[in-house]
Design a protein around this ligand. Structure first.
Ligand code: GDG
Length: 461
């Protein structure tokens, strides 16, 4: 078996399986692939250095070798906070209004991708397979090719690919997309992104696009397909057996006595549709005032990317909205919304999800959304809760199930979301079980291992 080299912006140092803490499913799944294939995980250390030296910090943890480099403060500003998070992230989430274009950002992005290629290149043996992740590193494959690299190189985008009409608003969009054609395989989360990408190639590049999703351009061919990411289902369920998970569930239950809990868990990000969700909850409480005392909404929202202004703004907006909803409806012994700006361990999250009658996942745009899948996986099969899901999450393609899975909503419609909350709260046990069984089957089988195997197999083919 050839070695696998995984490249992503940040590297998550592998911990032992089942270790307490907040290591995500992705790190666990990639860790196990890297262990099997004696691979390397390469990326930015998250640290800054005054002058870039290209020095590689190599470490071995639980059978996985990680190799990281430090970046200069200007790199972090222009590449990470700039082009990646202030230009590409908003644009790819259809927020053209929030996308900022500064020429320094683009230059920083190209410079850091070159730095990645120069530091990574010497580590790659001719037989290795290389798997590049996410929007920070779109041009990396092409940079490796320029250095003479002939390996199989694949790219997976964790966020949505925007429609052609939005993407063309990006200065030098053609340059960016052309660099992608240096990969052998490009994976997206869902079919909608695949269609948008192929449409762009056909119309803007006049590339040849075949029925099976192969793009031929300038004498090179690249295969494009959807590989929906999943959970490390077994690991997540194992975490649910711990004392931390049980305690968290118990704390939620005892503090919400007699009330039905609705749960939201989201990184504090404008793509997650939080202000719209809070408005929909306000609408729900206004339409059904008798429900205020019977319902509790808990929003876990750990802050992220606090160096970017749009993230500071959304935090203020949410504080104001939560304050207003609570101010208007609280009693001395009761608040309708608990808004929590901190993170919990994965084990605790399992317990929090399990205690909730409704999982509210309403992004305005999301590559996949793993929270929706985690909510399903954490339910008690004998008394499962109901998932309310935005049609704009990548997960919608898998979890709608012809109307027999999640309750689908348009997150821009307060009425629709508010009505779905009511339907979910009142849903009889039999229907909850029927929906949950179908959903759980998808979440359990289309798991992260399957995702990884499918991608790596397609790349090797
Ligand atoms: C990107 C794409 C795509 C949240 N709060 C806590 C916590 N989390 C964990 C969740 C979940 C993860 O963070 C969030 O994953 P999502 O998929 O919901 O969203 P992004 O962070 O935006 O991820 C997304 C994903 O990549 C994978 O391809 O699905 O569309 O945007 O696992 O549980 N984890 C802990 N404490 C928290 O308080 N430990």
């Amino acid at each position: 078996m050839s070695r696998l080299i995984v490249v992503s912006n940040r590297v998550s140092v592998p911990k032992a399986r089942g270790a307490a803490g907040s290591q995500g499913g992705l790190a666990v799944a990639l860790g196990s692939a890297l262990r099997e294939r004696r691979g390397i995980w390469f990326g930015w250390s998250g640290k800054e250095t005054q002058t870039f030296s290209g020095h590689l910090d190599m470490q071995k943890n639980h059978g996985v070798t990680t190799a990281t480099i430090d970046l200069e403060p200007q790199d972090v500003d222009e590449y990470y906070n700039g082009y990646a998070n202030r230009t590409l992230w908003p644009l790819f989430h259809y927020r053209i209004d929030l996308a900022e274009y500064e020429s320094g950002f683009g230059k920083g992005y190209e410079r850091v991708n070159q730095r990645f290629a120069d530091s990574l290149g010497p580590l790659i043996d001719p037989e290795d397979t290389v798997w590049v992740h996410d929007y920070h590193l779109i041009p990396l494959g092409e940079r490796l090719r320029t250095r003479g690299n002939k390996n199989r190189i694949g790219f997976f985008l964790h966020i949505p690919w925007p429609p052609r009409n939005l993407l063309v608003a990006l200065p030098f969009h053609e340059r960016l997309v052309r660099t992608m054609l240096a990969y052998d395989l490009i994976g997206f989360q869902d079919e909608e992104s695949v269609d948008s990408f192929l449409g762009y190639c056909r119309k803007e590049l006049q590339a040849e696009v075949s029925e099976d999703g192969t793009v031929t351009f300038d004498g090179r061919s690249v295969k494009v397909a959807a590989f929906p990411i999943g959970l490390d289902y077994d690991e997540f369920l194992e975490g649910g057996q711990t004392g931390d998970a049980r305690q968290a569930e118990q704390r939620m239950r005892s503090s919400s006595r007699y009330r039905k809990v609705i749960i939201g868990v989201d990184r504090l990000d404008y793509s997650k549709g939080l202000p719209e969700r809070f408005d929909a909850l306000g609408r729900f409480f206004d339409t059904y005032p008798e429900r205020v005392k019977e319902t509790l909404y808990v929003q876990v929202a750990p802050p992220s990317r606090q160096d970017v202004a749009s993230y500071q703004k959304i935090r203020n907006t949410l504080e104001q909205k939560a304050g207003q909803i609570n101010g208007e409806r609280s009693e001395v012994d009761m608040v309708p919304i608990r808004y929590v700006n901190r993170g919990y361990s994965r084990q605790e999250l399992f317990g929090i999800y399990r205690s909730a009658h409704v999982g509210l996942v309403t992004p305005l745009r999301d590559g996949m959304n793993l929270v929706a899948k985690e909510y399903i996986a954490a339910q008690d099969p004998e008394d499962p809760g109901v998932l309310v899901l935005s049609r704009f999450a990548g997960a919608a393609e898998q979890l709608e199930l012809d109307g027999e899975g999640a309750l689908m909503i348009n997150p821009y419609s307060m009425e629709e979301t508010s009505e779905a909350i009511r339907t979910a709260i009142d849903m009889p046990l039999e229907e909850r079980k029927a929906r949950w069984e179908k959903l759980n089957e998808v979440v359990k089988t289309a798991n992260v291992e399957r995702w990884r195997e499918n991608f790596v197999e397609a790349l090797g083919a």
